[in-house]
Design a protein around this ligand. Sequence first.
Ligand SMILES: Cc1cc2nc3c(=O)[nH]c(=O)nc-3n(C[C@H](O)[C@H](O)[C@H](O)COP(=O)(O)OP(=O)(O)OC[C@H]3O[C@@H](n4cnc5c(N)ncnc54)[C@H](O)[C@@H]3O)c2cc1C
Length: 448
Amino acid sequence: MKTMSNRTFRARRLPTHGAQSGWVALLPSRNQAPSLDRAITVDVVVVGAGFAGLAAATRLAQLDPKLSVAVIDADVVGNGASGRNSGFLIDLPHDISSGNFGVDAISKTSNEIAIARTAIQHYVRLAGENSWGKDVFDPSGKYSVAMTDAGTAHLAAYSSRLKSWGEAHEFLGAEQIAEVTGTRSFKSGLFTPASVMVQPAALVRSVADLFREPILLFERTPALVIETSPSGCLVKTPKGQVRASRVVLATNGHAESFGFGNGKLLHVFTYSSLTEPFDPGTLGGLRKWGATPALPMGTTVRRINGRDGDRILIRSRYTYNPKIEVSAGSMKSAGDLHDRKFAGRFPDHIHLKMQYRWAGALALTWNTVPLFGQVEDRIFAACACNGIGGTKATAAGIAIAELLVGHRSKLGEIFSEFENPKDLPPRPLVEVGARLNLAFREWHAGGE
Ligand SMILES: Cc1cc2nc3c(=O)[nH]c(=O)nc-3n(C[C@H](O)[C@H](O)[C@H](O)COP(=O)(O)OP(=O)(O)OC[C@H]3O[C@@H](n4cnc5c(N)ncnc54)[C@H](O)[C@@H]3O)c2cc1C
């Protein structure tokens, strides 16, 4: 019989999220939760308050309201990737590491859709129960847009896949997509109605602010050490400690910082810029829309509206960053790229300045599966978002909560059938390979 031994896992590095995102900057200030300054004891400690950690705690509370849970994050809710993404909760297959968004395997497809829609339903329920406005959660659907004939061919191929799956969608020609975007730069578009557009920082804050005892939230509270023993586990933080019977790691790529998923996680950053506000009368089309690119390595564009005017968000560029941090040089280069992408799409608005620029971390696996389930005695992981954590990390959080309390569901079945993340090729190869692959794909995406 296997006996449990005492083990210690030290965080080799802590997250550094970098420049504040435009999403956080646009929100009013919020009363942060305290940082932990004492010793507490709970049933479960969740490390990481992004999509995965917040969903895990929320689902635990739904399934067993008596369970005490402490959620701790190294930073403030909204500062991590979950608060700094482009805000697309995509309900259809959208594998950013695949050449065609991963729409080729039928069995994979139906599971991907089930995962995405379970995550979206989770937020639909929270939005309904808490009367969230469309400034937080907007079930408006989303567009994919093509700048080139190659992009249009991809959208047409995607459209026939959607038709064969019986999924509602609308293919839009140049005139129709111009009516949406107010610019004639796009050659075509594809509308899918069941995706949701969110203000990501507002969404994660809204979820976190729902927590009430016995769910406790501690911000600016990094987990430095996790100790496990036959009697329980202990998470040590700079000024306190949490004793619990189980730990959920919802730290995305920082699972590796504790030694989990070593050699299996590919750390990639992507970048965003948000313009200064402009007079909505100067750009036709809808005042709110979001469009992902026709080719995976292309550019995401979003128009948002606020009290001070409208703004355009550009998200483009992926870089390989094995230390899970970005350099000033990468920020500058991505910013220059964003300016070019913006000018190419909105030539009448090139006078607009980018007011905010930021980057955020993704964790991919070679076989695009999550790092999920029990990874050690008493330690469970819901990590490796594979680039679309709005749905995938949320679903992983829900599924890990269900696993912890023994709740059976279709989602749980899907997660239990995932293979383990595969080993990446040896370090020098993966470094060169990842960089070349990202550069090649960016080149391949061309004008997209
Ligand atoms: C610019 C950008 C655009 C994107 N656009 C989209 C999009 O439109 N749609 C989509 O689905 N996805 C998008 N993504 C990806 C998405 O944001 C991520 O997949 C998602 O945030 C992952 O969620 P998570 O909860 O797994 O991890 P994270 O959001 O990274 O949360 C992990 C948390 O763990 C905390 N943490 C780490 N180590 C410790 C520690 N030792 N102690 C305590 N806390 C710790 C971190 O501070 C962090 O808050 C985008 C990402 C970026 C950067």
